[in-house]
Design a protein around this ligand. Structure first.
Ligand SMILES: [Zn+2]
Length: 291
């Protein structure tokens, strides 16, 4: 492993994460993504040395240098997550992290598509947690990129040429989105948002049938566990850390009627399956032994 190259990738990823923070913050506010960032409380323009991902947050100890108001943990967290996802995605494609040398143009294109897709997914997660809505232009971009990624081979990223996906993988997006559409129709949009159906469409194509199904099931498990924790978080017996959890999901009080954002769980399922290749249903094994 080339540590210098790995560090370069992580720093590059966290700079992209910093940009994603700005995109999420300014989406639908009428503001452009250009222009220097400001403090939300006092409007102080940030100096160049206050704009470094992660480091600035640590250096400022999470406070504005002028008015001392707290800066959200969201910023360094998104930066660290994006840096890590970039590092893992590239490691996934190149094997041990050495350099880009030796990657075929197809492998490079595949890597590029995966990285841009992850950027959209990170932005969608944060936006859904804050506003409980998935912006259409982001989710459709992800769906489009996912469909293209099908032609660059399996999720291990080891591609040397463009391939023709299996029929099952070609339909995986539609097959996996169908139950979401059904739940949306049955519940009149109460149990699940239509945005989640669009996301499932993209997940199916991004991972193929076997891993797409696995990701969605894992997403449901994580969602169920987190929802139970959030429901219990209102109880006074909980520690302060747990009681403050609902706020991170944009919720004041949690009840059975609360609308808990679901996209972050589905996306976490996708990320786990993408990097660890878990097949929780055993569908992959089943397909392999079928004549
Ligand atoms: Zn300030």
């Amino acid at each position: 492993m080339n540590y210098f190259f790995a560090l370069f990738i992580f720093v590059f990823g966290s700079i992209i994460g910093s940009f994603l923070n700005v995109v999420v913050l300014r989406h639908n506010t009428g503001k452009t993504i250009g222009g220097r960032s400001q403090c939300f409380s006092c409007g102080k323009q940030l100096h160049w040395y206050e704009l470094f991902p992660v480091f600035s947050f640590a250096f400022l100890m999470g406070k504005c240098s002028k008015c001392k108001s707290k800066i959200s943990w969201q910023y360094p967290l998104v930066e660290v997550i994006t840096g890590t996802v970039f590092l893992l995605t590239i490691a996934n494609a190149t094997g041990p992290i050495e350099t880009f040398v030796g990657l075929t143009p197809e492998a490079f294109a595949s890597l590029f598509i995966r990285l841009i897709s992850f950027c959209f997914l990170i932005a969608i997660s944060v936006y859904d947690m804050k506003h409980k809505i998935i912006p259409d232009e982001w989710v459709y971009s992800f769906v489009g990129l996912s469909f293209v990624s099908l032609f660059f081979g399996p999720i291990n990223g080891a591609v040397s040429s463009v391939i023709m996906p299996s029929v099952l993988d070609l339909f995986s997006g539609i097959i996996l989105a169908a139950p979401f559409v059904l739940l949306w129709i049955i519940s009149g949009g109460k149990w699940i948002g239509f945005g989640d159906a669009k996301l499932a469409l993209g997940i199916g194509w991004f991972l193929g049938m076997v891993y797409g199904l696995s990701a969605i099931i894992i997403g449901f498990w994580i969602g169920a566990v987190i929802s139970l924790i959030l429901l219990g978080a209102g109880k006074t017996a909980c520690s302060k850390a747990i009681r403050s959890l609902p706020a991170y999901f944009g919720l004041k009080h949690v009840s059975m009627k609360s609308e808990i954002p679901f996209a972050p769980f589905l996306i976490l399922g996708l990320v786990l399956v993408y990097f660890f290749k878990w097949d929780v249903t055993g569908l992959g094994t089943l397909l392999a032994i079928m004549p």
